[in-house]
Design a protein around this ligand. Structure first.
Ligand code: ATP
Length: 470
Protein backbone atom coordinates (compact mmCIF):
# COMPACT_ATOMS: atom_id res chain seq x y z
CA UNK A 1 0.00 0.00 0.00
CA UNK A 2 2.82 2.39 0.87
CA UNK A 3 4.50 1.88 -2.45
CA UNK A 4 1.44 1.85 -4.59
CA UNK A 5 -0.75 4.68 -3.39
CA UNK A 6 0.13 7.98 -1.82
CA UNK A 7 -1.57 8.01 1.63
CA UNK A 8 -3.79 10.94 0.82
CA UNK A 9 -5.35 9.21 -2.13
CA UNK A 10 -5.97 6.01 -0.20
CA UNK A 11 -7.79 7.95 2.48
CA UNK A 12 -10.24 9.39 0.01
CA UNK A 13 -10.68 6.30 -2.08
CA UNK A 14 -14.25 5.08 -1.93
CA UNK A 15 -15.90 2.59 -4.25
CA UNK A 16 -19.47 1.36 -4.36
CA UNK A 17 -21.19 -1.43 -6.22
CA UNK A 18 -23.35 -0.09 -9.09
CA UNK A 19 -26.76 -1.27 -7.84
CA UNK A 20 -26.48 -1.43 -4.09
CA UNK A 21 -25.27 0.91 -1.45
CA UNK A 22 -22.32 -1.29 -0.42
CA UNK A 23 -19.36 1.02 0.20
CA UNK A 24 -15.73 -0.07 0.10
CA UNK A 25 -13.32 2.17 1.94
CA UNK A 26 -9.68 1.02 2.40
CA UNK A 27 -8.33 1.01 5.95
CA UNK A 28 -5.56 3.58 6.26
CA UNK A 29 -2.61 2.59 8.40
CA UNK A 30 -0.42 5.47 9.54
CA UNK A 31 3.18 4.39 8.92
CA UNK A 32 5.77 5.51 11.48
CA UNK A 33 8.30 7.95 10.03
CA UNK A 34 11.27 5.66 10.73
CA UNK A 35 9.81 2.98 8.44
CA UNK A 36 9.33 5.53 5.69
CA UNK A 37 12.95 6.67 6.10
CA UNK A 38 14.18 3.06 6.03
CA UNK A 39 12.23 2.30 2.89
CA UNK A 40 13.56 5.37 1.11
CA UNK A 41 17.14 4.61 2.20
CA UNK A 42 16.77 1.05 0.94
CA UNK A 43 15.44 2.28 -2.38
CA UNK A 44 18.32 4.73 -2.73
CA UNK A 45 20.88 2.00 -2.05
CA UNK A 46 19.19 -0.45 -4.42
CA UNK A 47 19.10 2.26 -7.10
CA UNK A 48 22.81 2.97 -6.62
CA UNK A 49 23.72 -0.72 -6.85
CA UNK A 50 21.57 -1.03 -9.96
CA UNK A 51 23.29 1.96 -11.63
CA UNK A 52 26.76 0.53 -10.84
CA UNK A 53 25.68 -2.88 -12.13
CA UNK A 54 24.21 -1.51 -15.33
CA UNK A 55 26.82 1.15 -16.07
CA UNK A 56 30.11 -0.14 -14.64
CA UNK A 57 32.31 1.99 -16.91
CA UNK A 58 30.45 5.19 -16.11
CA UNK A 59 30.64 4.29 -12.41
CA UNK A 60 34.43 3.75 -12.65
CA UNK A 61 34.85 7.04 -14.52
CA UNK A 62 33.17 8.87 -11.64
CA UNK A 63 34.61 6.76 -8.81
CA UNK A 64 38.32 6.84 -9.77
CA UNK A 65 38.80 10.66 -9.65
CA UNK A 66 36.71 10.88 -6.46
CA UNK A 67 38.82 8.19 -4.73
CA UNK A 68 42.05 9.78 -6.02
CA UNK A 69 40.88 13.11 -4.65
CA UNK A 70 40.07 11.54 -1.27
CA UNK A 71 43.38 9.64 -1.02
CA UNK A 72 45.90 12.07 -2.54
CA UNK A 73 44.20 15.49 -2.44
CA UNK A 74 42.31 17.60 -4.99
CA UNK A 75 45.21 18.47 -7.35
CA UNK A 76 45.62 14.77 -8.22
CA UNK A 77 41.87 14.24 -8.65
CA UNK A 78 41.57 17.30 -10.88
CA UNK A 79 44.72 16.36 -12.82
CA UNK A 80 43.25 12.93 -13.55
CA UNK A 81 40.00 14.48 -14.82
CA UNK A 82 41.97 16.89 -17.05
CA UNK A 83 44.06 14.01 -18.40
CA UNK A 84 40.97 12.00 -19.30
CA UNK A 85 39.37 15.02 -20.98
CA UNK A 86 42.49 15.71 -23.06
CA UNK A 87 42.63 12.02 -24.03
CA UNK A 88 38.99 12.00 -25.09
CA UNK A 89 39.39 15.21 -27.11
CA UNK A 90 42.41 13.76 -28.90
CA UNK A 91 40.48 10.56 -29.61
CA UNK A 92 37.59 12.62 -31.01
CA UNK A 93 39.84 14.47 -33.43
CA UNK A 94 42.06 11.54 -34.42
CA UNK A 95 39.49 8.75 -34.81
CA UNK A 96 36.04 10.28 -34.78
CA UNK A 97 34.15 7.17 -35.91
CA UNK A 98 35.49 4.94 -33.15
CA UNK A 99 35.11 7.74 -30.58
CA UNK A 100 31.46 8.15 -31.51
CA UNK A 101 30.84 4.39 -31.46
CA UNK A 102 32.42 3.78 -28.06
CA UNK A 103 31.82 7.03 -26.25
CA UNK A 104 29.86 9.67 -28.18
CA UNK A 105 26.65 7.83 -28.99
CA UNK A 106 26.61 6.18 -25.56
CA UNK A 107 26.88 9.50 -23.75
CA UNK A 108 24.21 10.96 -26.01
CA UNK A 109 21.96 7.95 -25.36
CA UNK A 110 22.45 8.36 -21.59
CA UNK A 111 21.57 12.02 -21.81
CA UNK A 112 18.56 11.54 -24.08
CA UNK A 113 17.23 8.71 -21.99
CA UNK A 114 17.13 10.97 -18.94
CA UNK A 115 16.34 14.31 -20.52
CA UNK A 116 13.93 13.34 -23.29
CA UNK A 117 12.45 9.92 -22.66
CA UNK A 118 12.34 9.51 -18.85
CA UNK A 119 11.19 13.09 -18.37
CA UNK A 120 8.34 12.83 -20.87
CA UNK A 121 7.56 9.12 -20.57
CA UNK A 122 4.69 9.30 -18.12
CA UNK A 123 2.76 12.19 -19.74
CA UNK A 124 3.28 10.90 -23.27
CA UNK A 125 2.15 7.39 -22.34
CA UNK A 126 -0.93 8.57 -20.45
CA UNK A 127 -2.02 11.21 -22.97
CA UNK A 128 -1.49 8.91 -25.97
CA UNK A 129 -3.48 6.18 -24.23
CA UNK A 130 -0.61 3.69 -24.13
CA UNK A 131 -0.47 3.87 -20.36
CA UNK A 132 -3.40 3.65 -17.93
CA UNK A 133 -4.21 5.51 -14.74
CA UNK A 134 -6.35 3.35 -12.49
CA UNK A 135 -7.34 4.56 -9.02
CA UNK A 136 -4.47 7.01 -8.93
CA UNK A 137 -1.88 4.47 -9.96
CA UNK A 138 -0.10 4.67 -13.33
CA UNK A 139 0.44 1.51 -15.32
CA UNK A 140 3.08 2.41 -17.91
CA UNK A 141 4.95 0.47 -20.59
CA UNK A 142 8.57 0.09 -19.49
CA UNK A 143 11.31 2.20 -21.05
CA UNK A 144 14.02 -0.46 -21.22
CA UNK A 145 16.90 0.90 -23.20
CA UNK A 146 17.94 3.83 -25.39
CA UNK A 147 20.72 3.69 -27.94
CA UNK A 148 21.74 6.39 -30.39
CA UNK A 149 22.96 6.13 -33.95
CA UNK A 150 24.18 8.99 -36.08
CA UNK A 151 20.61 9.95 -37.03
CA UNK A 152 18.11 8.30 -34.70
CA UNK A 153 17.32 7.14 -31.19
CA UNK A 154 16.45 3.46 -30.87
CA UNK A 155 14.18 3.10 -27.87
CA UNK A 156 13.45 -0.39 -26.59
CA UNK A 157 10.11 -0.65 -24.85
CA UNK A 158 8.37 -3.40 -22.98
CA UNK A 159 4.66 -3.19 -23.75
CA UNK A 160 2.00 -3.52 -21.09
CA UNK A 161 0.67 -7.06 -20.90
CA UNK A 162 -2.24 -7.28 -23.33
CA UNK A 163 -1.00 -4.58 -25.70
CA UNK A 164 -0.17 -5.30 -29.33
CA UNK A 165 2.03 -3.67 -31.97
CA UNK A 166 -0.99 -2.05 -33.59
CA UNK A 167 -1.77 -0.14 -30.39
CA UNK A 168 1.64 1.51 -30.76
CA UNK A 169 1.61 1.78 -34.55
CA UNK A 170 -1.67 3.72 -34.31
CA UNK A 171 0.00 6.26 -32.03
CA UNK A 172 3.27 6.95 -33.83
CA UNK A 173 2.27 10.60 -34.26
CA UNK A 174 1.66 11.01 -30.51
CA UNK A 175 5.02 9.41 -29.76
CA UNK A 176 6.93 11.46 -32.34
CA UNK A 177 5.56 14.80 -31.23
CA UNK A 178 5.62 13.83 -27.55
CA UNK A 179 9.36 13.20 -27.76
CA UNK A 180 10.09 16.21 -29.96
CA UNK A 181 10.61 14.36 -33.25
CA UNK A 182 8.84 14.61 -36.59
CA UNK A 183 8.32 10.88 -37.06
CA UNK A 184 8.52 7.57 -35.27
CA UNK A 185 8.61 3.99 -36.53
CA UNK A 186 7.70 0.86 -34.65
CA UNK A 187 9.21 -2.59 -35.08
CA UNK A 188 9.07 -5.77 -33.03
CA UNK A 189 12.19 -6.49 -30.97
CA UNK A 190 10.83 -9.74 -29.50
CA UNK A 191 7.60 -11.01 -27.97
CA UNK A 192 6.18 -8.18 -25.89
CA UNK A 193 9.08 -5.83 -26.70
CA UNK A 194 9.18 -3.09 -29.30
CA UNK A 195 11.85 -0.95 -30.86
CA UNK A 196 10.85 2.66 -31.53
CA UNK A 197 12.99 4.35 -34.15
CA UNK A 198 12.83 8.08 -33.52
CA UNK A 199 14.92 10.19 -35.93
CA UNK A 200 16.77 13.16 -34.45
CA UNK A 201 17.26 14.68 -37.89
CA UNK A 202 16.55 13.70 -41.48
CA UNK A 203 19.70 12.36 -43.13
CA UNK A 204 17.89 12.29 -46.48
CA UNK A 205 16.78 15.92 -46.45
CA UNK A 206 19.14 17.06 -49.21
CA UNK A 207 19.29 15.65 -52.77
CA UNK A 208 22.03 13.15 -53.53
CA UNK A 209 24.16 13.56 -56.63
CA UNK A 210 24.24 10.66 -59.10
CA UNK A 211 26.15 7.63 -57.86
CA UNK A 212 29.43 7.26 -59.79
CA UNK A 213 29.23 4.69 -62.59
CA UNK A 214 30.73 1.49 -61.15
CA UNK A 215 34.01 0.18 -62.57
CA UNK A 216 32.86 -3.39 -62.58
CA UNK A 217 30.36 -4.84 -65.07
CA UNK A 218 27.82 -6.43 -62.77
CA UNK A 219 24.10 -7.21 -62.62
CA UNK A 220 24.33 -7.61 -58.85
CA UNK A 221 22.30 -5.27 -56.65
CA UNK A 222 22.85 -1.82 -58.11
CA UNK A 223 23.67 1.10 -55.85
CA UNK A 224 21.06 3.75 -56.61
CA UNK A 225 21.02 5.96 -53.54
CA UNK A 226 21.28 5.90 -49.79
CA UNK A 227 19.33 4.38 -46.91
CA UNK A 228 18.39 6.41 -43.86
CA UNK A 229 21.15 4.79 -41.78
CA UNK A 230 23.79 6.04 -44.23
CA UNK A 231 24.41 2.71 -45.96
CA UNK A 232 24.14 2.50 -49.77
CA UNK A 233 20.71 1.64 -51.14
CA UNK A 234 21.26 -1.32 -53.42
CA UNK A 235 18.44 -2.37 -55.70
CA UNK A 236 18.23 -5.96 -56.87
CA UNK A 237 17.09 -6.14 -60.49
CA UNK A 238 18.44 -9.46 -61.74
CA UNK A 239 16.23 -12.33 -60.58
CA UNK A 240 13.27 -10.16 -59.63
CA UNK A 241 10.80 -7.57 -60.94
CA UNK A 242 10.49 -4.11 -59.45
CA UNK A 243 7.45 -1.86 -59.30
CA UNK A 244 8.01 1.83 -58.52
CA UNK A 245 4.90 3.74 -57.43
CA UNK A 246 4.85 7.48 -56.90
CA UNK A 247 2.67 10.52 -57.53
CA UNK A 248 3.62 12.90 -60.28
CA UNK A 249 6.96 14.54 -59.50
CA UNK A 250 7.80 11.97 -56.81
CA UNK A 251 11.06 11.09 -58.56
CA UNK A 252 10.31 7.85 -60.42
CA UNK A 253 12.76 8.98 -63.08
CA UNK A 254 15.63 9.11 -60.59
CA UNK A 255 15.12 5.43 -59.66
CA UNK A 256 14.94 4.37 -63.31
CA UNK A 257 18.00 6.37 -64.34
CA UNK A 258 20.07 5.46 -61.29
CA UNK A 259 19.42 1.79 -62.05
CA UNK A 260 20.39 2.18 -65.70
CA UNK A 261 23.49 4.08 -64.58
CA UNK A 262 24.55 1.29 -62.24
CA UNK A 263 24.11 -1.27 -65.03
CA UNK A 264 26.00 0.79 -67.62
CA UNK A 265 29.34 -1.10 -67.46
CA UNK A 266 27.41 -4.36 -67.87
CA UNK A 267 25.52 -2.85 -70.83
CA UNK A 268 28.84 -1.92 -72.43
CA UNK A 269 30.19 -5.40 -71.76
CA UNK A 270 27.14 -6.93 -73.44
CA UNK A 271 25.95 -8.63 -70.25
CA UNK A 272 22.83 -6.49 -69.94
CA UNK A 273 20.31 -5.15 -72.44
CA UNK A 274 17.90 -2.39 -71.47
CA UNK A 275 14.60 -2.47 -73.37
CA UNK A 276 12.70 0.77 -72.90
CA UNK A 277 8.95 1.41 -73.11
CA UNK A 278 8.24 5.10 -72.92
CA UNK A 279 4.53 5.73 -73.57
CA UNK A 280 4.77 9.25 -72.08
CA UNK A 281 7.70 10.01 -74.42
CA UNK A 282 9.32 12.16 -71.78
CA UNK A 283 11.46 10.24 -69.39
CA UNK A 284 13.30 7.60 -71.38
CA UNK A 285 13.42 9.43 -74.71
CA UNK A 286 16.10 11.62 -73.20
CA UNK A 287 18.66 8.84 -73.27
CA UNK A 288 17.26 7.05 -76.27
CA UNK A 289 20.62 6.23 -77.80
CA UNK A 290 21.29 4.00 -74.78
CA UNK A 291 18.60 1.58 -75.89
CA UNK A 292 19.38 1.29 -79.61
CA UNK A 293 16.40 -0.17 -81.47
CA UNK A 294 14.93 -1.58 -78.26
CA UNK A 295 12.92 1.54 -77.58
CA UNK A 296 9.16 1.92 -78.04
CA UNK A 297 6.85 4.85 -77.44
CA UNK A 298 3.57 4.19 -79.28
CA UNK A 299 1.20 1.56 -77.83
CA UNK A 300 1.65 -0.61 -80.95
CA UNK A 301 5.42 -0.51 -80.72
CA UNK A 302 5.24 -1.16 -76.95
CA UNK A 303 3.10 -4.25 -77.50
CA UNK A 304 5.54 -5.50 -80.17
CA UNK A 305 8.56 -4.90 -77.93
CA UNK A 306 6.93 -6.66 -74.97
CA UNK A 307 6.03 -9.63 -77.15
CA UNK A 308 9.61 -9.73 -78.42
CA UNK A 309 10.78 -9.91 -74.79
CA UNK A 310 8.33 -12.76 -74.19
CA UNK A 311 9.73 -14.55 -77.26
CA UNK A 312 13.30 -14.20 -75.90
CA UNK A 313 12.08 -15.48 -72.56
CA UNK A 314 10.33 -18.50 -74.07
CA UNK A 315 13.22 -19.37 -76.34
CA UNK A 316 15.54 -19.36 -73.30
CA UNK A 317 13.10 -21.37 -71.23
CA UNK A 318 13.06 -24.06 -73.97
CA UNK A 319 16.83 -24.10 -74.12
CA UNK A 320 17.42 -24.05 -70.35
CA UNK A 321 14.74 -26.65 -69.53
CA UNK A 322 16.30 -29.53 -67.60
CA UNK A 323 19.78 -27.96 -67.81
CA UNK A 324 19.80 -24.95 -65.49
CA UNK A 325 17.39 -23.37 -63.05
CA UNK A 326 18.93 -19.94 -62.69
CA UNK A 327 20.30 -17.47 -65.18
CA UNK A 328 23.89 -16.27 -65.33
CA UNK A 329 24.34 -13.32 -67.69
CA UNK A 330 26.63 -13.94 -70.65
CA UNK A 331 27.08 -12.09 -73.92
CA UNK A 332 25.00 -14.81 -75.62
CA UNK A 333 22.22 -14.66 -73.04
CA UNK A 334 22.41 -11.21 -71.47
CA UNK A 335 20.14 -10.07 -68.67
CA UNK A 336 17.23 -8.25 -70.31
CA UNK A 337 15.75 -5.43 -68.21
CA UNK A 338 12.44 -4.20 -69.58
CA UNK A 339 11.93 -0.66 -68.27
CA UNK A 340 8.38 0.67 -68.47
CA UNK A 341 7.71 4.29 -67.58
CA UNK A 342 4.08 4.84 -66.53
CA UNK A 343 2.83 1.34 -67.13
CA UNK A 344 -0.80 2.47 -66.59
CA UNK A 345 -0.72 4.20 -69.99
CA UNK A 346 -0.34 0.76 -71.53
CA UNK A 347 -2.82 -1.05 -69.30
CA UNK A 348 -5.60 0.94 -67.63
CA UNK A 349 -5.61 4.06 -69.83
CA UNK A 350 -5.26 2.23 -73.17
CA UNK A 351 -8.43 2.69 -75.23
CA UNK A 352 -7.65 0.01 -77.85
CA UNK A 353 -8.93 -3.15 -76.17
CA UNK A 354 -6.94 -5.49 -78.41
CA UNK A 355 -3.66 -3.72 -77.66
CA UNK A 356 -4.51 -3.52 -73.98
CA UNK A 357 -5.01 -7.29 -73.87
CA UNK A 358 -1.78 -8.00 -75.75
CA UNK A 359 0.21 -5.70 -73.43
CA UNK A 360 -1.36 -7.03 -70.22
CA UNK A 361 -0.80 -10.63 -71.30
CA UNK A 362 2.84 -9.98 -72.22
CA UNK A 363 3.51 -8.15 -68.94
CA UNK A 364 1.87 -10.93 -66.91
CA UNK A 365 3.90 -13.58 -68.77
CA UNK A 366 7.16 -11.71 -68.22
CA UNK A 367 6.51 -11.12 -64.53
CA UNK A 368 5.49 -14.71 -63.85
CA UNK A 369 8.14 -16.54 -65.88
CA UNK A 370 10.95 -14.10 -66.68
CA UNK A 371 12.96 -14.19 -63.46
CA UNK A 372 14.69 -17.54 -63.85
CA UNK A 373 15.71 -16.99 -67.47
CA UNK A 374 17.16 -13.52 -67.02
CA UNK A 375 14.33 -11.25 -68.10
CA UNK A 376 13.30 -8.64 -65.53
CA UNK A 377 10.75 -5.83 -65.51
CA UNK A 378 11.24 -2.42 -63.86
CA UNK A 379 7.91 -0.62 -64.11
CA UNK A 380 6.87 2.79 -62.82
CA UNK A 381 3.34 4.02 -62.23
CA UNK A 382 1.52 6.85 -60.50
CA UNK A 383 -1.60 5.15 -59.24
CA UNK A 384 -1.10 1.77 -57.56
CA UNK A 385 -4.78 0.73 -57.39
CA UNK A 386 -5.59 -2.78 -58.54
CA UNK A 387 -7.93 -1.64 -61.32
CA UNK A 388 -5.02 0.38 -62.74
CA UNK A 389 -2.46 -2.43 -62.55
CA UNK A 390 -4.12 -5.75 -61.83
CA UNK A 391 -0.78 -7.58 -61.83
CA UNK A 392 0.91 -5.44 -59.20
CA UNK A 393 1.28 -8.48 -56.92
CA UNK A 394 3.40 -10.22 -59.55
CA UNK A 395 6.21 -7.77 -58.75
CA UNK A 396 8.17 -9.22 -55.83
CA UNK A 397 9.90 -5.91 -55.02
CA UNK A 398 8.05 -2.68 -54.67
CA UNK A 399 9.11 0.88 -53.95
CA UNK A 400 6.74 3.50 -52.55
CA UNK A 401 7.77 7.04 -53.43
CA UNK A 402 5.53 9.95 -52.39
CA UNK A 403 1.92 8.84 -52.66
CA UNK A 404 -1.23 10.95 -52.61
CA UNK A 405 -3.29 8.86 -50.19
CA UNK A 406 -2.46 6.90 -47.06
CA UNK A 407 -4.33 3.79 -48.30
CA UNK A 408 -2.02 3.57 -51.29
CA UNK A 409 0.96 2.77 -49.05
CA UNK A 410 -0.32 -0.68 -48.08
CA UNK A 411 -1.38 -1.30 -51.70
CA UNK A 412 2.27 -0.91 -52.71
CA UNK A 413 4.23 -2.27 -49.76
CA UNK A 414 1.74 -4.77 -48.40
CA UNK A 415 -0.59 -4.88 -45.42
CA UNK A 416 0.51 -3.08 -42.29
CA UNK A 417 3.42 -1.25 -43.96
CA UNK A 418 2.02 2.17 -43.15
CA UNK A 419 1.29 1.19 -39.56
CA UNK A 420 4.92 0.21 -39.26
CA UNK A 421 6.02 3.67 -40.30
CA UNK A 422 6.09 3.74 -44.11
CA UNK A 423 4.59 7.23 -44.27
CA UNK A 424 4.92 7.61 -48.04
CA UNK A 425 1.92 9.95 -48.07
CA UNK A 426 3.83 12.33 -45.74
CA UNK A 427 6.88 12.70 -47.99
CA UNK A 428 7.39 16.35 -48.89
CA UNK A 429 6.05 17.41 -52.32
CA UNK A 430 8.88 19.98 -52.50
CA UNK A 431 11.31 18.34 -54.96
CA UNK A 432 14.49 19.35 -53.12
CA UNK A 433 13.23 17.75 -49.92
CA UNK A 434 11.09 14.84 -51.02
CA UNK A 435 11.75 13.83 -54.66
CA UNK A 436 13.41 10.42 -54.76
CA UNK A 437 12.60 9.70 -51.08
CA UNK A 438 10.88 6.34 -50.79
CA UNK A 439 10.05 3.43 -48.52
CA UNK A 440 11.05 -0.12 -49.36
CA UNK A 441 10.75 -3.48 -47.68
CA UNK A 442 13.88 -5.57 -47.87
CA UNK A 443 13.73 -9.36 -48.08
CA UNK A 444 15.47 -9.62 -44.72
CA UNK A 445 12.95 -7.64 -42.69
CA UNK A 446 9.23 -6.90 -42.67
CA UNK A 447 9.95 -3.38 -41.46
CA UNK A 448 9.97 -0.72 -44.16
CA UNK A 449 13.10 1.34 -44.49
CA UNK A 450 13.40 4.88 -45.77
CA UNK A 451 15.70 5.54 -48.71
CA UNK A 452 16.51 8.26 -51.21
CA UNK A 453 17.45 7.74 -54.83
CA UNK A 454 20.31 9.76 -56.24
CA UNK A 455 19.34 12.39 -58.77
CA UNK A 456 20.61 11.71 -62.27
CA UNK A 457 20.62 15.06 -64.05
CA UNK A 458 20.11 15.63 -67.77
CA UNK A 459 23.86 16.21 -68.12
CA UNK A 460 24.53 12.85 -66.42
CA UNK A 461 22.15 11.08 -68.81
CA UNK A 462 23.79 12.73 -71.81
CA UNK A 463 27.21 11.63 -70.56
CA UNK A 464 25.89 8.09 -70.04
CA UNK A 465 24.53 7.95 -73.59
CA UNK A 466 27.85 9.20 -74.95
CA UNK A 467 29.75 6.64 -72.89
CA UNK A 468 27.72 3.80 -74.36
CA UNK A 469 27.79 4.95 -77.96
CA UNK A 470 31.52 5.85 -77.85
N1 ATP B 1 16.25 11.85 -56.46
C1 ATP B 1 15.95 13.13 -56.58
N2 ATP B 1 16.53 14.03 -55.75
C2 ATP B 1 16.23 15.33 -55.88
N3 ATP B 1 15.36 15.85 -56.76
C3 ATP B 1 14.79 15.00 -57.61
C4 ATP B 1 15.03 13.61 -57.57
N4 ATP B 1 14.29 13.00 -58.51
C5 ATP B 1 13.61 13.97 -59.11
N5 ATP B 1 13.90 15.18 -58.59
C6 ATP B 1 13.31 16.46 -58.96
O1 ATP B 1 11.90 16.28 -59.04
C7 ATP B 1 11.40 16.59 -60.33
C8 ATP B 1 10.39 15.54 -60.78
O2 ATP B 1 11.06 14.31 -60.93
P1 ATP B 1 10.59 13.18 -61.96
O3 ATP B 1 10.21 13.79 -63.26
O4 ATP B 1 11.60 12.11 -61.94
O5 ATP B 1 9.30 12.68 -61.24
P2 ATP B 1 8.30 11.60 -61.77
O6 ATP B 1 7.88 10.83 -60.59
O7 ATP B 1 8.92 10.83 -62.90
O8 ATP B 1 7.11 12.50 -62.27
P3 ATP B 1 6.10 12.22 -63.47
O9 ATP B 1 5.32 11.03 -63.11
O10 ATP B 1 5.29 13.48 -63.53
O11 ATP B 1 6.98 12.02 -64.68
C9 ATP B 1 12.65 16.61 -61.23
O12 ATP B 1 12.54 17.58 -62.20
C10 ATP B 1 13.77 16.94 -60.33
O13 ATP B 1 13.96 18.34 -60.26
Amino acid sequence: MFKKLPGDEAQHLVTTTPDTAVVFRPAVLHTPAIITVLIFTWRLLAGLIRVIWRHPIAAIVVAVPVVTWALYGWPWGLGLVALVLVGLTAWFFLARASFLRWVGWRLLAFWRRIWVYRRHWQPVMIVSGLGRRIHGRDYLPRLVHVTCTSWADLVTVRMLTGQCVKDWADRVDHLAHGFGATSCRVSIARAGWLLLIIPRHDPLATPLPAVPIPDEATVGPVEIGRCEDGTPWKLKVHGTHVLVAGATGAGKGSIIWSTIRGLLPAVRAGLVQIWALDPKRMELSFGRTLFGDRYAATPDACADLLEAAVAVMQERADRFAGLQRTHTPTTEDPFVLVVVDEVAFLTAYQSDKGLKLRISAALATLTTQGRAVGVGVLAALQDPRKDVLSIRNLFPDKIALRLDESEQVDMVLGDGARDRGALADHISPIPAQGAGVAYVRLETSPDPIRVRAAYVSDADIRAMAEAVTA
